[in-house]
Design a protein around this ligand. Structure first.
Ligand SMILES: [Cu+2]
Length: 330
């Protein structure tokens, strides 16, 4: 991507996810669907540019060649020209008809999803993303893993209010609406990290409802699937063990799930493998033990208005133990 284009898209979108510089360019999509949309857009732009150029050239020639000169007589008055009029009615009609057919074709190919597509349920919550893979038995949050070269069918819905799932490099986006499922077929063509954000205002922390897509080679994706399907690792070491008892005896269990423990709340992100994610709080912080402790102590310092209570009543040691336990959940 050229520097100009990079700064243009970064400036226009105003998006950078902490700790990440993944490009946000909807004109360079990495999905099959996005490429066909950009193809259609480029064609429409080229046709419009040609027409614009034609109009400007004709206008300039007419203005220069037929301008009024001193001593000119009154020009002959013409009224109508059947051939011209048929021409400039038929030509635009033809162009529109061609664009209509091409648009229909693009829409059909973009919306098509083979029955074998990998299904992912994408649920927008205030202010984080839940990803469920119903056929693989995986529930995770904030980082969407997809295998490159494989069709996927995202089934978008909302848990509370309307959100919008937008990853610029997918080349298209759709809203997540409570009580409705919107489909977004995507096939990523190359592995890579692709960032995005919620683009439907959904409350105070709308701006910190970022998306990270991790496009992987099929073998890396299979390895990830195996890892995510295992129940949570038992705590290793005294600090983490103490963290686990603290976790299980606090209100965390009402809102979070950790597979393999009695904690099965569904209000917040699934934490079974939280240690394997690179960001927490939907992109607001890098996932490090220090940041995790800061988050548990008081997430409102970091994401004001967040729908998780603070735990300022816990001692620093307790918070560190909790962070050590969660960080070990790879
Ligand atoms: Cu949102």
């Amino acid at each position: 991507m050229s520097p100009l284009r990079r700064s243009l898209s970064a400036g226009l979108l105003g998006l950078t996810v902490s700790g990440c510089q993944a490009p946000l360019d909807s004109f360079a999509p990495v999905t099959t669907q996005g490429q066909s949309i950009v193809g259609l857009f480029t064609l429409a732009l080229a046709i419009s540019a040609l027409i614009f150029l034609l109009v400007i050239v004709v206008l300039t020639v007419v203005l220069v060649r037929f301008r009024a000169r001193p001593g000119d007589e009154e020009p002959p008055q013409v009224e109508g020209n059947q051939r011209l009029e048929i021409g400039w009615t038929a030509a635009p009609a033809l162009i529109l008809a061609v664009m209509f057919v091409l648009t229909l074709r693009t829409m059909t190919s973009v919306n098509a999803s083979p029955p074998s597509a990998l299904r992912v349920r994408v649920i927008g919550h205030q202010w984080w993303w839940e990803y469920q893979y119903p056929d693989l038995g995986i529930v995770t949050a904030n980082e969407l893993h997809l295998p490159a070269g494989t069709p996927a069918q995202l089934e978008l819905t909302g848990a509370d209010v309307i959100h919008s799932f937008w990853v610029p490099q997918f080349g298209w986006k759709r809203d997540t609406i409570p009580g409705k499922i919107n489909l977004l077929p995507v096939q990523i063509d190359q592995p890579g990290i692709y960032d995005g954000a919620c683009t439907e205002y959904c409350g105070t922390q709308h701006a910190w409802m970022r998306i990270r897509v991790v496009g992987q080679s099929p073998s890396d994706f299979d390895a990830w699937v195996q890892q995510q399907r295992t129940p949570a690792l038992p705590p290793s070491g005294d600090l983490a063990s103490r963290g686990q008892s603290l976790y299980l005896s606090n209100t965390c269990v009402n809102c979070h799930t950790i597979q393999g423990t009695p904690s099965n709340g569904r209000v917040g992100p699934d934490l079974t493998h939280v240690g394997s994610r690179s960001l927490i709080g939907s992109g607001v912080l890098a996932n490090t033990p220090d940041n995790l402790a800061r988050w548990i102590h008081n997430p409102h310092d970091i994401k004001p208005g967040v729908l998780m209570p603070d735990y300022r009543t816990l001692s620093n040691d307790d918070v560190r133990a909790l962070a050590a336990y969660l960080e070990g959940l790879k």
